[in-house]
Design a binder for this molecule. Structure first.
Ligand code: NAD
Ligand code: TYD
Length: 335
């Protein structure tokens, strides 16, 4: 199995999950190690003889194509993933998320051994969903450069099934949380700020809503779909935990033992999607249901960041690139 983006948040959890669930599988991680990709995320499997790490770019056919051609399964996580960064600068999102997916799909066309190509898409391709839940057949209405580039990749992958019979399936998961998530995303950012008594920047009125999915539940879904899905099909994956940002923030502060006065209301994200929600009936029909309750999952996640400062302090305290991003995104006040 080739796992692209395996040094990122979900990818590294998935590599670990797959090695545990399938003792006879061999896994290759292909990762460019952007700011979001870190060898540390795979620290406990780097020496596993069943795992190989390749440092490279999915958009570089010289590296990516032979790996994809020699795999039975490709799970394509690699992407630029942060909405706020896509608003600041969209170029890398097109290069990696769209063109990188094209490079892998071209290689997949020439791979006789390939039995599954999993395109990891996102529920954000549906755009903002004021009420109800998106079904897999709903129209895609992405509204920011990240979700638009993911929608392009999602439909490109579908086209390689429809046109060339590449065994593509597409997953659209909701917001993930759990260990090893880069501290630019709301949960790890707010948890680590809270630990350090730094204010947490809540966008707009704080009433935007997300459906939180524990990363381990996401990994189980992808693992099941590799075996049980039908080619050419799309599968939503959602935790069923719909929480408004202000409530999420208060829960995080409470778990961290910090006061609500750490909340700093800041200007809204441009084009901020109000709400995401996916209907997961199709996946549940295959026997999947989320196992992690949000209360215990969030508490375990807060504990993980508490106990693994070795993992996030080098980013938040010592990486000038992260500091530059933080200052650009939130202004220079870090109080
Ligand atoms: P992440 O930003 O933590 O990790 C992305 C990984 O991709 C990093 O290791 C990075 O180094 C690597 N990468 C980036 N550009 C690359 C390139 N050109 N070549 C090779 N590797 C490259 O992201 P994540 O949160 O783990 O998301 C993984 C996938 O899941 C993405 O496709 C994302 O769109 C999708 N997704 C994420 C969520 C979520 O809540 N995080 C929800 C649904 C779907
Ligand atoms: P994020 O983790 O960036 O995921 P996404 O935008 O892909 O859903 O943000 C989750 C929610 O939290 C989203 O509604 C934006 C909000 N948010 C804040 O209020 N402040 C922040 O500093 C960040 C990063 C996000």
């Amino acid at each position: 199995m080739l796992v692209t983006g395996g040094a990122g948040f979900i990818g590294s959890n998935f590599v670990r999950y797959a090695l545990r669930a399938h003792p006879d599988w061999r896994v290759t991680t292909l990762d460019k190690l952007t700011y979001a990709g870190r060898r540390e995320n795979l620290h406990d499997v780097m020496d596993d003889p069943r795992h190989r790490f390749v440092h490279g770019d999915v958009a570089d056919p010289a590296v990516a194509a032979p790996l994809a051609r020699n795999s039975n399964i490709v799970v394509h996580f690699a992407a630029e993933t942060h909405v706020d960064r896509s608003i600041l600068s969209a170029g890398e999102f097109i290069t990696t998320d769209v063109f990188g997916t094209f490079v892998l799909l071209e290689a997949a066309r020439e791979s006789p051994a390939l039995r599954r190509f999993v395109q990891i898409s996102t529920d954000e391709v549906y755009g903002s969903v004021p009420e109800g839940s998106s079904r897999e057949t709903d129209e895609l209405k992405p509204r920011n450069p990240y979700s638009a580039s993911k929608a392009g990749a999602d439909r490109l992958a579908y086209s390689y099934w429809a046109t060339y019979d590449v065994p593509v399936i597409i997953t659209r998961a909701s917001n993930n949380y759990g260990p090893y998530q880069f501290p630019e995303k709301v949960i790890p950012l707010f948890v680590t700020n809270a630990i350090d008594d730094i204010q947490v920047p809540l966008y707009g009125d704080g009433l935007n809503e997300r459906d939180w999915l524990h990363v381990e539940d996401h990994c189980r879904a992808v693992d099941l779909l590799i075996e049980a899905a039908d080619n050419g099909e799309v599968y939503n994956v959602g935790g069923g935990n719909h929480v408004r940002n202000v409530d999420l923030t208060q829960r995080i502060l409470h778990l961290a033992g910090k006061p609500d006065s750490l909340i700093r209301h800041v200007a809204d994200r441009p084009g901020h999607d109000r709400r995401y929600s996916v209907d997961t009936t199709k996946l549940r029909t295959l026997g999947w249901a989320p196992q992690m309750a949000f209360d215990s999952g969030l508490a375990a996640t807060v504990d993980w960041y508490r106990q693994n400062e070795w993992w996030w302090r080098p980013i938040k305290d010592a990486d000038p690139a992260f500091r530059a991003y933080y200052d650009t995104q939130y202004g220079r006040t870090r109080s």
